[in-house]
Design a protein around this ligand. Structure first.
Ligand SMILES: Nc1nc2c(ncn2[C@@H]2O[C@H](COP(=O)(O)OP(=O)(O)OP(=O)(O)O)[C@@H](O)[C@H]2O)c(=O)[nH]1
Ligand SMILES: [Mg+2]
Length: 376
């Protein structure tokens, strides 16, 4: 833009540039917005923490504007959401099973249906063997209940799927780190988990350690504002994610929060880079408190690709649980079986929609009943 016609424009340009630089500097440091929002002391802040005189940030304004919402209690959620599972895998299986005696073609169709639902080859064989064996040994039993039993056994109702958290109010600022490739639903899941924890009476702090895009932290702040959970973030794109994670952990400790939720970036540029970044985040958070959960978020619609990515994450971080998102409207529910086998860790939560309360604790029987469209 040519501004040379404005008297003293050279000075003006210098002033504007200087102003932008100052603002950039303020925005570039860790902006412990939750701290300022809550008026909590700055003690223990990293040396580069935002000065108290920094202008009020967007998150503070957003938090003030938003009215707090009461999230739905988690226990009944899967029951409400399970209708969203029906119509996919379960409907196809039941259609085959309702034929009575199964011909070889029916068995082939069953196998194909399971494979198409991403159950995986080994588990498919096991399910088919289980079905044959049950149909033989209990010929009078309802084939539908045999199918239900075999699916429940395959998914394994004995696995501990609870988040390993202390009781609400324990104030142990226990970290949960959420990882996964981009677009799978990490940030949404972090926001939804915050709502679940708040509904359970827990105090929560969130850390936006996805510093790749400023929009990622904005997205998390929107979630935080709705349930009045402070979000620690940086305004500078490309800021050190581990510093943000540390600030967040430190803030959670200061506040005596029950849980710290850390959102991370999903770029899978290469394994070494990922290992470096995630490793560092987990290490610095551990200085305050070791993560009680590292949750891997997987998009249920991505099939084998998703599994391959999951493997890389599992090698890099000590994944303790899986969150399967986007199970609404997909016939790929079989991925639950495949991913548990692949990684040897249980699916703990499932995403069944974009709505704020569309995340449910995984319950094997409810899930199978949902798949099979069994009545409530
Ligand atoms: N239908 C459906 N959509 C979902 C679910 N979970 C997340 N989404 C949508 O998936 C999209 C991506 O979600 P994000 O939470 O931004 O994903 P992310 O992993 O944080 O993405 P990056 O930050 O880019 O790595 C959004 O449009 C979400 O609304 C789900 O369970 N069901
Ligand atoms: Mg994100």
């Amino acid at each position: 833009m040519d501004v040379s016609w404005i008297p003293g424009s050279a000075d003006l340009v210098v002033l504007i540039v200087a102003g932008v630089a100052v603002l950039g500097g303020i925005g570039g440091v860790i902006a412990a917005k939750g701290r300022r929002a809550g008026g909590a002391p700055e003690a223990g802040a990293a040396p580069d923490a935002a000065p108290a005189s920094a202008p009020e940030s967007a998150s503070v304004r957003a938090s003030a504007r938003a009215s707090a919402e009461a999230p739905e209690r988690p226990d009944a959620r899967l029951h409400r959401l399970r209708a969203r599972l029906a119509g996919g895998l379960g409907a196809s299986l039941l259609a085959i099973f309702s034929k009575g005696t199964l011909s070889q073609d029916d068995w082939d169709e069953l196998e194909e249906t399971l494979l198409l639902a991403d159950v995986g080859a080994a588990a498919t064989d096991e399910i088919l063997d289980g079905l044959r064996e049950r149909l033989r040994s209990t010929p009078d039993a309802d084939p539908r209940s045999i199918l239900r039993d075999v699916l429940i056994e395959t998914i394994d109702p004995t696995l501990d799927r609870s988040l390993r958290l202390a009781e609400p109010g324990a104030g142990q600022h226990e970290p949960i780190v959420v990882v996964g490739v981009n677009g799978v639903g990490k940030t949404t899941t972090v926001g939804k988990i915050a709502r679940v924890l708040v509904a359970e009476g827990r105090s929560v702090v969130m850390g936006a350690a996805d510093t790749f895009r400023a929009a990622a932290a904005d997205q998390l702040e929107t979630w935080g504002a709705r349930v009045r959970v402070p979000v620690i973030r940086s305004d500078r794109e490309g800021a050190d994610p581990a510093s943000v994670a540390f600030e967040a952990a430190d803030h959670a400790r200061e506040q005596g929060a029950d849980v710290l939720l850390v959102d991370t970036a999903g770029r899978l540029q290469n394994k070494a880079g990922l290992m470096d970044e995630l490793g560092k985040i987990i290490r610095v958070v551990s200085k305050v408190a070791p993560p009680v959960e590292v949750l891997l978020v997987l998009d249920a619609t991505t099939g084998q690709n998703g599994l391959a990515q999951a493997r890389v994450f599992a090698e890099v971080a000590n994944v303790t649980g899986i969150v399967l998102t986007k199970l609404d409207g997909t016939a790929k529910g079989g991925i639950v079986v495949a991913v548990q086998r692949e990684l040897g860790v249980p699916v703990k939560l499932i995403g069944l929609g974009e709505g704020a309360d569309d995340l449910a604790p995984f319950d094997t029987e409810e899930f199978v009943d949902g798949l099979l469209g069994n009545g409530a």
